[in-house]
Design a protein around this ligand. Structure first.
Ligand SMILES: [Zn+2]
Length: 286
């Protein structure tokens, strides 16, 4: 059995503030350890139900060099490196393919525009104000769910701040296990569980996700094909630059879209367009 883990940082245990999310931050080194520990807990729990399982982990946050490889569980391999479209066209889902059976999303966060959402954004906080799949506004959980769903890989476990649960339940197939790492108060504050608690919750959640998978209770995220993905950005210039990417058409003053035969093709084009929309190459892409 092969499990793909897409790992973000905003929803990880104890993370509530931008200082924890960037390498320049004073508290970043501690946050990296917390993020890595969450992933290890999910792996440990899954191994209880599937001792032979292997894991591909994609570091899916910012510079994408956050997870501490020397502390990562030995059953895993890690996708490391910035998500330039040439490097990692699938962005936070790079490393998933037809050989994977099941996916976990750890450390996830709510979508751009979520009222009071903890560090809420979609892909690039400064750029994307709405992301739609076939007309429905989604966040990174449903977006990456649709990408891994291309290979019929269901999402069995999602962890993050409390407000993400409602978003995930509204936009993803039912059946996944939800693990809340903290009770969100606002954009940069939450009531956080200590790692000693989230470790147990993630272990139990991952074990339950594998049981549900084996019982055939999980469904992959399969948007109707051909699929249309549309992004609305904050400024007109961003849409102008993005619309120069291949396969992208302008749909409004601040929006652009693509229609493709597969979710991975559409998501790859969209990620390329969103990277092109940047004013200059941002530090997280270098
Ligand atoms: Zn992130």
């Amino acid at each position: 059995m092969k499990i793909f883990i897409s790992a973000d940082m905003e929803g990880a245990t104890g993370v509530v503030h931008r200082d924890q999310l960037v390498p320049e931050g004073k508290t970043y080194e501690r946050a990296r350890k917390l993020m890595t520990a969450d992933i290890n807990a999910a792996i440990t729990g899954a191994l209880r139900e599937a001792p032979e399982a292997e894991f591909i982990v994609c570091d899916g946050h910012g510079v994408m060099r956050n997870i501490i490889l020397e502390e990562l569980h030995e059953a895993a391999q890690l996708v490391i490196g910035p998500a330039s479209p040439e490097n990692k066209p699938l962005c936070q889902s790079q490393g998933c393919d037809e050989s994977c059976d099941l996916a976990f999303f750890t450390g996830y966060h709510s979508r751009a525009g979520t009222p009071g959402g903890l560090l809420a954004h979609t892909w690039v906080g400064s750029t994307v104000c709405n992301f739609r799949i076939n007309g429905e506004i989604v966040g990174e959980s449903a977006l990456n769910g649709a990408v891994v769903g291309h290979w019929d890989v269901p999402v069995g476990l999602i962890s993050g701040g409390s407000e993400l649960e409602a978003e995930a339940r509204a936009t993803m197939p039912e059946g996944f296990v939800w693990v809340g790492t903290k009770q969100t108060y606002g954009y940069t504050a939450a009531l956080c569980l200590p790692p000693a608690r989230t470790k147990k919750l993630l272990e139990e959640g991952a074990a339950e996700a594998v049981r549900r998978f084996k019982q055939g209770r999980l469904k992959p995220c399969k948007p109707a094909l051909p699929v249309t993905m549309e992004v609305e950005v904050y400024r007109r210039e961003m849409a102008e630059k993005a619309a120069r990417a291949p396969g992208i058409e302008r749909t409004g003053e601040r929006s652009f879209a693509t229609t493709a035969k597969t979710t991975i093709e559409a998501a790859t084009r969209m990620w390329t367009a969103v990277c092109r929309a940047q004013d200059e190459e941002p530090a997280w892409l270098k």
